[in-house]
Design a binder for this molecule. Structure first.
Ligand SMILES: *[C@@H]1O[C@H](CO)[C@@H](O)[C@H](O)[C@H]1NC(C)=O
Ligand SMILES: *[C@@H]1O[C@H](CO)[C@@H](O)[C@H](O)[C@H]1NC(C)=O
Ligand SMILES: *[C@@H]1O[C@H](CO)[C@@H](O)[C@H](O)[C@H]1NC(C)=O
Length: 140
């Protein structure tokens, strides 16, 4: 008796499970959100972090640039995730540092630091993602 009725009892829960799985899959789409630099305002002389959100996985390096594009002559620096090594670029002012999570630290920001900043994230597969944010420094 039981072996006959069991399949009929299972059919509905299985369909419910499949529906739940497809809803979960659909619901997980926002986790592929775009790389973002959080724009920020800061008072002159303060230490400021430009935060990077929605980092991809399998990272190889970060490059930060002054301005809205990845212009190599305006590169602030490069951070290699494997070695955790930071190297300065031509636009480094002596006050910037890149953290392992990609965020860019400015020590003692000046009014001159008011600018757009662009990060290029290179993944281990060689593909890159880019995002731009703005830092606005005001006089207190
Ligand atoms: C890159 O930056 C340099 C220095 O600011 C500038 O002279 C040059 O025009 C820029 N190149 C591009 C493609 O924007
Ligand atoms: C990145 O690391 C810095 C320093 O540890 C931390 O202050 C900051 O909140 C981190 N950023 C994010 C987006 O988690
Ligand atoms: C701002 O930039 C200009 C030109 O690059 C420079 O002459 C000046 O000293 C800078 N001012 C500060 C406060 O860093």
């Amino acid at each position: 008796m039981e072996s006959l009725s069991a399949p009929a009892h299972r059919r509905v829960p299985l369909q419910g499970l499949l529906l739940a799985v497809s809803l979960l899959t659909f619901g997980s789409l926002p986790s592929t959100a775009q790389l973002t630099v959080a724009s920020t305002n800061a008072a002159e002389g303060k230490d400021v972090l430009l935060l990077v959100l929605n980092l991809p996985e399998s990272l190889f390096s970060y490059n930060w640039f002054r301005g809205k594009s990845a212009n190599s002559s305006r590169r602030i620096g490069t951070f290699l995730t494997e070695t955790q090594k930071f190297t300065r670029g031509p636009a480094h002012s002596g006050r910037e540092r890149i953290y392992p999570n990609g965020s860019l630290l400015f020590q003692k920001v000046t009014l001159n630091d008011t600018e757009y900043y662009t990060i290029v994230v290179t993944k281990k597969d060689g593909l890159t993602e880019e995002a731009t944010g703005q830092l606005r420094v005001y006089r207190e």
